[in-house]
Design a protein around this ligand. Structure first.
Ligand SMILES: [Zn+2]
Ligand SMILES: [Zn+2]
Length: 292
């Protein structure tokens, strides 16, 4: 009872002002919702959510256009239909710019199935490169000689991204920083939800957050945009695993201050699988050791 009373006494999060996204994200609470929802951050930057009605993971994907190429980060979970959405966005962008083609690079936040399930649909797409799923593949593609210490630059044409290796949650995890919009695409390493870290990879995750915090000290970050939402608007309260709907979701965006908060939180032992460390915006969740 004390916990419930405390939860009620705490104030729910208000939407940030100005809101980063004009619309409420699809959250499964309506009888009908589209299989994907797209919101634009500007004319060159699109965020795609896969409906929770197609897969409980309901991941977020990112499409960033430069003058010379366009980057898709992740291809969704099983039963997503991401390619038609991406094809439509690319076609609309090309039409708006009076062009006929632009090369597409498909990269990933990391190689878990709920972020790469749509890869196959892109392999036969003309003008498309699908980056491999192993750390060595990611390092080779982005020209990272010293994984995971080195931060790479990836130029889309007038729009240079930083690619930041962040192994921990998964060995091939990387974040993408866009200096133009000051956003950090933070994958499953930092998002409003349960940040699963295999206990054998906890040292890697600590080192990744140390490097990320150093990067953040010299690069302005308006928001970290992760790959899921699993927190409600009640501080510290998440949805149950595989919840079919997400009423009253936490905003997708996290303030940059959560980077330091996670870095400091990770200094705790965190060596008991299933025993989470609860923060207002996220929960660090050690899980049993994995091979990658
Ligand atoms: Zn993952
Ligand atoms: Zn995931």
């Amino acid at each position: 009872m004390a916990c419930a009373a405390l939860a009620v006494a705490q104030s729910a999060y208000a939407a940030p002002h100005p809101a980063l996204f004009p619309e409420k994200w699809i959250d499964g609470t309506l009888a009908d919702e589209p299989v994907t929802q797209v919101q634009a951050l500007d004319g060159d930057t699109f965020v795609i959510r896969q409906s929770i009605k197609t897969n409980f993971e309901a991941p977020f994907l990112y499409l960033l256009f430069g003058r010379d190429k366009v980057l898709l980060v992740d291809t969704g979970a099983k039963d997503g239909r991401i390619r038609p959405t991406v094809d439509r966005l690319v076609a609309d962008w090309l039409a708006a710019h009076h062009r006929t083609s632009i090369p597409l690079v498909v990269a990933h936040s990391h190689s878990h199935g709920d972020h790469v399930a749509g890869d196959a649909a892109f392999r036969d797409r003309p003008g498309t490169t699908v980056v491999g799923l192993k750390p060595a593949d990611v390092a080779a593609f982005f020209g990272i000689a010293n994984w995971p210490q080195q931060i790479a630059r990836f130029d889309l044409g007038g729009r240079v991204l930083n690619v930041i290796p962040t192994p921990g949650h998964q060995a091939a995890a990387a974040m993408y920083y866009d200096a133009r919009l000051k956003i950090l695409l933070s994958g499953d390493t930092l998002y409003p939800g349960r940040l699963y870290v295999p206990v054998n990879f906890m040292p890697d995750d600590r080192a990744s957050l140390d490097r990320l915090a150093a990067f953040a000290a010299t690069h302005p970050i308006r928001a970290a945009l992760g790959a899921h939402i699993e927190m409600t608007r009640t501080p510290g309260l998440d949805y149950g695993h595989e919840a079919p709907t997400h009423p009253d979701e936490h905003p997708l965006e996290l303030p940059a201050s959560t980077i330091a908060e996670l870095k400091i939180g990770l200094k705790a032992p965190l060596d008991v699988p299933g025993k989470g460390q609860v923060h207002d915006h996220f929960i660090v969740m050690p899980v049993p050791a994995r091979s990658e």
